[in-house]
Design a protein around this ligand. Sequence first.
Ligand SMILES: Nc1nc2c(c(=O)[nH]1)N[C@H]1C(S)=C(S)[C@@H](COP(=O)(O)OP(=O)(O)OC[C@H]3O[C@@H](n4cnc5c(=O)[nH]c(N)nc54)[C@H](O)[C@@H]3O)O[C@H]1N2
Ligand SMILES: Nc1nc2c(c(=O)[nH]1)N[C@H]1C(S)=C(S)[C@@H](COP(=O)(O)OP(=O)(O)OC[C@H]3O[C@@H](n4cnc5c(=O)[nH]c(N)nc54)[C@H](O)[C@@H]3O)O[C@H]1N2
Ligand SMILES: [Mo]
Length: 820
Amino acid sequence: MLVSRRRFLSGMLTTGAVAMIGPSLLSAGAHASEQTGRWKITGSHWGAFRARVYGGKVVEVKPFEMDTHPTNMLNGIKGLIYSPSRIRYPMVRYDWYLKRHKSDTSQRGDNRFIRVTWDEALDLFYEELERVQTNYGPWALFAGQSGWRQTGQLHSCGNHMQRAIAMHGNSVKKVGDYSTGAGQTILPYVLGSTEVYAQGTSWSHILEHSQVILLWASDPVKNLQVGWNCETHEAYAYLDQLKEKVAAGTIRVISIDPVRSKTQNFLGCEQLYINPQTDVALMLALAHTLYSESLHDQAFLDTYCLGFEEFLPYLLGKGDDATEKTAEWAEGICGVPADEIRSLARSLAKHRSQLLFGWSIQRQQHGEQPYWMGAVLAAMLGQIGLPGGGVSYAHHYSSIGVPSSGAAAPGGFPRNVDKFSKPRHENSDFKGYSSTIPVARWVDALLEPGKEVEYNGSKVVYPDIKMLVMSGCNPWHHHQDKNRMKNAFRKLETVVSVDFTWTATCRFSDIVLPACTQFERNDLDYYGSYSGRGVLAMKKLVDPLFQSKTDFEIFTLLCRRFGRDKEYARKKNEMEWLEELYEGCREANTPKFPMPPFREFWREGFVEFAKGKPWVRHADFRADPEVSPLGTPSGFIEIFSRKIDRFGYKDCPGHPVWLEKSERSHGGPGSSRYPLWMQSCHPDKRLHSQLCDSEEFRATYTIQGREPVYLSPQDAKMRGIVHGDLVRVFNDRGQLLAGAHVSENYAPGVIRISEGAWYGPVDETDGALDTYGDPNTLTQDIGTSQLAQATSANTCLVEVEKFTGKAPAVTAFGGPTEVS
Ligand SMILES: Nc1nc2c(c(=O)[nH]1)N[C@H]1C(S)=C(S)[C@@H](COP(=O)(O)OP(=O)(O)OC[C@H]3O[C@@H](n4cnc5c(=O)[nH]c(N)nc54)[C@H](O)[C@@H]3O)O[C@H]1N2
Ligand SMILES: Nc1nc2c(c(=O)[nH]1)N[C@H]1C(S)=C(S)[C@@H](COP(=O)(O)OP(=O)(O)OC[C@H]3O[C@@H](n4cnc5c(=O)[nH]c(N)nc54)[C@H](O)[C@@H]3O)O[C@H]1N2
Ligand SMILES: [Mo]
């Protein structure tokens, strides 16, 4: 059943559900006229909201009435729009302006820029594209980095950049992403799909059937605050119920995590502390206990899996390493007492057990292994495909676990060139270089062009990149090892970035173009990424600030320089595009999900679809593996993979194994010199680097104006540090200033600095102190293995000391230094 917002409202009023939704229902919509200004609806990664606009300014933000669990990050929205770091004008780096591609690239990062007109900036951009395509070829241009562009199907900025660049010529592309690079590469071999981006068993089934839930490196209460599309936060109602069941003792939830996470604190559930990066050792010992006590499900292994026989000798110490993976063996690595390991294994086998994995354990060296071994453990328990049992890799992400409505989503602005259209430069000769590289290895490519590396069973030859174009991503936060990156950037001739705020990526660019925020354009979005609850209008709240333009306009103007602007925009303006996207969606959903015509939708602001039905992942496979095989080479769960085995990778052999890390705390390699493991988890109060420049909101969590570093009372005391102190965090790769946040949630040897903290070095020299606290100043830039070549950000050791000198000012925010 479909309801427009008005009917939804009256429906709610008559069913008396208003109390449940809260007072914002009335204040936001119905009484808007009593306020000064106008209320407008829009959406975001943080959820839908209504904004009061008065005198051409956003003065108030209120969550959408349907959002029963809005995130407090909405409090950062105003500060994002009116940030002092907003890019005001097109800017060109000083020395690049004088010498173009022959500039002194060691000056990159000194933040000296010249203001230019839009015409001049776009001419320069276009001339550089021409030069690179003509003098070099497609292998010299990389426009492949992507990221968390703001929501909205039409203005999705990465699509705009990619279409415009593709209309001009070919370029180097990327494969994979930073989120799940290792997981999405290994799991298709094991379970036949990426799993990380697949809908999971519905929370309602988990609440009804699960008796034991392992939250394995998963913090849904923190991470479900944001979604890839407009987030609905529906999963929180289930988490509320889970909390009640934990309190009542009907479900046992165990958080396996070195940190007492936000979710663990919220649920009041058990925590099983584990030494960082040692999860595979624990899993192996659980598997060993299951097998040696005959608690494993042999019938499931026989019916649904291949390769247990090849794995077994390794487990029992009859393989090359001659080490039996007993609970005692694991205790020495993971720090969990052997008796506890055995009792956990027994409990998992005895009960309906659901394993819920987060993603950060695959963002570490050999990150493929915990996911593969997690699948093997679940297979031995034999509950895959049962409601409330088996394994999931994504219940902390974008409302996975909330049933999908099944309605079609509106399409987006096309990312590719149109059929039969040819780019202006048709050259597709990559001169023996690879045209696609694993996403997290692009800095390697800058440093070692021509080098051949393994990747997922094939060879990649790094291209000789001369020019970068970036939009909707912030590589100067998202990539590892800043000082290495600084060095790599010196070889680049030209760097172009498009953003609305002056990130470190802008600082290290040559041409910077000011886009507007999503709140300065009209758009529409799918409400709910995986739940697909409806279609939401995203009304322009205010006009583009300063000289900023929509990405659509920016790239249309770029295409005009080579006579392709009409083709680019398909001769349609913003509202014409929105109508077309909406009507396409409406057609696809007729008759199953009726939608009103565009104009009515735009007036109402929202269309809701009927809720989806609860669902069990892998149930069809369990019911009949012949009729519904998995997407693996054999169709079965592959405990041993012949294909991976044939690649011959020592760092990812034919079945899951425990592999020591290049850096590991708690007695592991490197820990005598740098004893603290730094995890750079996803922030509770940001979306990566987004909102960091929102000043008032940032002030709610910073310490002495710096990013907090969370550490244990024991580690603080040992170093003479107290809560609120300024500290220096360092290793051989870099150093940063941060504010000490001492917390019982952290175990000795474990510290956290959230990713996305803005990089602000004191100057552009190598090793310069970062004044705000970007953890990627310290992380390692190595691939997970030859299989996935994904990021290993969480394999990182550091030391912390009290900072005593005169603290340098924070240089991360406030935009460029304008030179005339
Ligand atoms: N150490 C460490 N590093 C990590 C991670 C980690 O766990 N630890 N996590 C990794 C992961 S999983 C991810 S997904 C990445 C995230 O990396 P990114 O996705 O690159 O991070 P964001 O901060 O979201 O950057 C998005 C940028 O796009 C800009 N932008 C947004 N909307 C628009 C628009 O409409 N137009 C234009 N032109 N620009 C726009 C924003 O202002 C912002 O600067 O970080 C990775 N890096
Ligand atoms: N608030 C917020 N939510 C987000 C994002 C955001 O920026 N902000 N980003 C979104 C994106 S792009 C992504 S990719 C996801 C990321 O989702 P994840 O990668 O799952 O999230 P993290 O917060 O990095 O880590 C989750 C938990 O893993 C634990 N952990 C880390 N290392 C280990 C280990 O070695 N062993 C064990 N057992 N536990 C470990 C951490 O202590 C933490 O509690 O989040 C999404 N949600
Ligand atoms: Mo991510």
